[in-house]
Design a protein around this ligand. Structure first.
Ligand code: COA
Ligand code: MG
Length: 290
């Protein structure tokens, strides 16, 4: 998944717009972008949207971000949306791999009730929204087969630790947030799932956004979350491997294959060993998915 566009779950207009945004996934939000007294309406709007959109032939993946476990609304959220077979659930404020395992069990029950195939609802977890969560980013290995990606968030984390600023004047995140970002990247790879970079709230700043996408791509993130449709094409462009990258990766894979899969070889005077091969294979996988 390259681009995932957040859409407030109570906005029919934005949901409709999201379908044509070009995003690989929509994150239909029942959590932070929906006011407390609008939660019930958002569940109804989100459910109706899923009812009409899931069957569309060409559409983004449809995930629903439920409210966090500590808010005690997740049961109503799941009961409202799982019957309409979203592709997955986004779990905010996940503090440990055990939270994902707990959601896995809840989904099993809702799937049985709705006559949906066991295991078909995927999970994406946001894993750095508290200090505890950030320190536990390495606990997601084997948490659930449903887990496909993890991402991170700076807003709730800054509230949890009482940080006054998240970024320096040059736009770079300050250390605590860079730590959370790195924890997410390593936690994802350790768990064998995709690392998804966090949102960039200043949606009018295209240059800053492009720069942050590039940094994330260089570091190994496979995609980024968006809050505005204008951010989607930038994400898709940055996270789609170029033809040149694909050719190079294919040449490396071919060179290893035709040399009988050795540990190390030379191509154009450059040493290539197993990590180069693994990296090339990963890039080809990403290209195939895009
Ligand atoms: N998904 C789908 N459509 C969106 C959208 C989104 N996230 N954000 C904006 N749009 C639509 C608007 O409805 C508008 O449609 P129109 O041209 O048909 O009127 C168009 O895109 C341009 O929007 P714009 O006027 O630039 O922004 P806005 O002031 O309407 O909205 C936000 C700004 C931040 C409120 C809006 O982008 C938003 O709701 N983002 C998602 C917030 C969210 O889900 N946060 C939780 C995760 S952090
Ligand atoms: Mg939040």
């Amino acid at each position: 998944m390259r681009s995932a566009l957040f859409v407030p779950g109570d906005s029919e207009k934005k949901l409709a717009k999201g379908l044509g945004s070009g995003a690989d996934a929509l994150f239909i939000d029942l959590e932070d972008s929906v006011a407390l007294d609008a939660k019930e309406n958002a569940r109804t709007v989100a459910a109706n949207f899923l009812k009409t959109s899931v069957a569309l032939k060409k559409r983004p993946q449809l995930f629903v971000r439920i409210n966090a476990f500590d808010a005690d609304m997740f049961e109503e959220d799941l009961a409202a949306v799982v019957p309409f077979a979203p592709d997955g659930i986004v779990l905010p404020k996940s503090e440990h791999g055990k939270d994902v395992t707990r959601l896995d069990s809840l989904l099993r029950v809702h799937e049985v009730r709705s006559d949906i195939e066991d295991g078909s609802t995927k999970i994406i977890a946001i894993i750095t929204e508290t200090a505890v969560a950030t320190l536990n980013a390495g606990t997601y290995h084997r948490s659930s087969k449903r887990l496909t990606s993890v991402s991170w968030g700076a807003e709730d984390l800054s509230a949890d630790i009482g940080a006054i600023r998240r970024r320096n004047d040059d736009g770079r995140y300050r250390d605590v947030f860079r730590f959370a970002r790195v924890q997410t990247l390593l936690g994802a790879v350790a768990a064998g799932v995709e690392p998804l970079d966090t949102v960039y709230p200043d949606f009018k700043d295209e240059i800053g956004f492009h720069h942050e996408c590039m940094e994330a791509m260089f570091d190994g993130f496979t995609g980024k979350m968006a809050i505005h449709p204008s951010q989607v094409p930038i994400i898709n462009e940055v996270f789609t491997p170029s033809d040149e990258d694909i050719q190079l990766a294919q040449a490396i894979v071919d060179a290893f294959a035709s040399a009988g899969n050795p540990g190390v070889l030379a191509v154009n005077g450059e040493m290539l060993d197993r990590p180069h091969l693994r990296k090339a294979e990963k890039l080809l996988l990403r290209a195939a998915k895009a």
